[in-house]
Design a protein around this ligand. Structure first.
Ligand SMILES: CC(C)(COP(=O)(O)OP(=O)(O)OC[C@H]1O[C@@H](n2cnc3c(N)ncnc32)[C@H](O)[C@@H]1OP(=O)(O)O)[C@@H](O)C(=O)NCCC(=O)NCCS
Length: 161
């Protein structure tokens, strides 16, 4: 039987997470691509697995890892980012895993998405996030316009609209 589930990451996920991280940085938010080695990924994962401000959630379909949702608690906000493995895209997993990741969690939720990333904009919309402002080619989405994460962006980016 086909089964979708979401679980906390473990250290053994480091290699897969590295592949997705490099993918995410290439096409995700800022287009700046600094390739990371496995040793530094393991070091980073070791640290964040113990950090209560981070949740790294792995989505699985039939026990195969298909994507990751990262949740960082920053400025009193749950800042979300996500990656679906390139071989599983376009099948609704992005929406499904992000919805599952935030299920039962308290907001506010935020996400920063490139304005040409149509699939991510739809994912953000699907969980009720609204684009609050734009900065260069980035859209800052939030469930709540008046939170500290949004204020921080406004304070640090002069092109607030
Ligand atoms: C963005 C990403 C997570 C989408 O994953 P996915 O599993 O393909 O997403 P879904 O299949 O759930 O699609 C979500 C919506 O986008 C649409 N969509 C998917 N791929 C699309 C594309 N290439 N162009 C336009 N729309 C697209 C789907 O039709 C769906 O719309 P609907 O809800 O109206 O039906 C995936 O492409 C990815 O990992 N990209 C690289 C990392 C990244 O960009 N992360 C975002 C930074 S926060």
């Amino acid at each position: 039987m086909c089964k979708f589930k979401i679980r906390n990451a473990v250290l053994d996920d480091a290699k897969q997470l590295l592949i997705w991280r490099n993918e995410y940085l290439k096409t995700g938010v800022n287009g700046i691509f600094v390739k990371q080695e496995l040793s530094s990924q393991v070091k980073w994962l070791n640290k964040v697995l113990d950090d209560e401000c981070f949740d790294i959630l792995i989505a699985e379909y039939n026990d195969v890892a298909i994507g990751v949702v990262r949740i960082e608690k920053k400025y009193n906000c749950n800042v979300l980012s996500w990656t679906v493995d390139s071989s599983f895209r376009g099948q609704g997993y992005g929406v499904q895993m992000v919805k599952s990741a935030i299920h039962g969690r308290h907001g506010p939720f935020c996400a920063v998405v490139r304005s040409d990333n149509v699939a991510s904009i739809k994912i953000a919309n699907s969980i009720g996030l609204k684009p609050i402002f734009t900065y260069e080619q980035l859209l800052v989405f939030s469930s709540d316009a008046d939170n500290d994460f949004v204020k921080e962006w406004v304070a640090n980016n002069s092109t607030f609209k």
